[in-house]
Every structure is written in structure tokens, then in C-alpha cells.
Design a protein. Structure first.
Length: 118
């Protein structure tokens, strides 16, 4: 099993930036891919980006492309989400998740609230 713990959420003004972290522990050698997801009230969960852990290749949803960047620190087993030019519509609970090769996302963090408001 892999345990994931997010941190870094909070309140930020429109146009501001925030960086989320997702620390992984446990059987981290089994991780093939990690992703960032978000869910706003009364909306479906959205996959906003993911990264192939061993190859450091990332992809993004159109809604965040050019504003959000996913990175990782192998030495700390930590995934990051740098969010720039934040908009009110980015307000949501953000969660990270991991999966094995050819598997589903089955390890989830507890989530962290991001609120973009003036």
C-alpha cells in the first residue's frame, strides 16, 4: 500500500499562486503514475494532471494547461502542483492519487482545500 498526504492548500486571491505537496510513503516503488485531482461543490471530480513517476512526463487538463505545473522530487517521494494565475473557478478540494502500471488510481490522499477569492 501507498500512503499519500497532501499539504499546502489555503486561501489565495485571484491571480495568485499556490504550491501543493503530496508526500508518498509505504510501497512507493510500486508507483507508476501519480495524479492531481480536484472536486468543487456539486461538480464531478476532475483529473487536472498526472505524471509518470519514473520518466517525469506530465500531462494536463485543458482547464489548467499553461497555469499549473506538476513536478516531483524522487529523493523525498513527493509530488508537487504549482498553481499560478489562480481563478475563482479553481476553488476545490485538491487530492493526489497514485496507481501501478495498468492499474486504476487506488491510493488517495485526504485532500486539501484551495479557495480562490478576493
Amino acid at each position: 500500500q501507498v500512503q499519500l498526504v497532501e499539504s499546502g492548500g489555503g486561501l489565495v486571491q485571484p491571480g495568485g499562486s499556490l504550491r501543493l505537496s503530496c508526500a508518498a510513503s509505504g510501497q512507493t516503488s510500486t508507483i507508476y503514475m501519480m495524479g492531481w485531482f480536484r472536486q468543487a461543490p456539486e461538480k464531478e471530480r476532475e483529473r487536472i494532471g498526472e505524471l509518470i513517476w519514473g520518466r517525469n512526463i506530465s500531462s494536463y487538463a485543458d482547464s489548467v494547461k499553461g497555469r499549473f505545473t506538476i513536478s516531483r522530487d524522487n529523493t523525498k517521494n513527493t509530488l508537487y502542483l504549482q498553481m499560478n494565475n489562480l481563478k475563482p473557478e479553481d476553488t476545490a478540494v485538491y487530492s493526489c492519487a497514485s496507481r501501478i502500471y495498468n492499474g486504476q488510481y487506488n491510493n488517495w490522499g485526504q485532500g486539501t482545500q484551495v479557495t480562490v477569492s478576493s
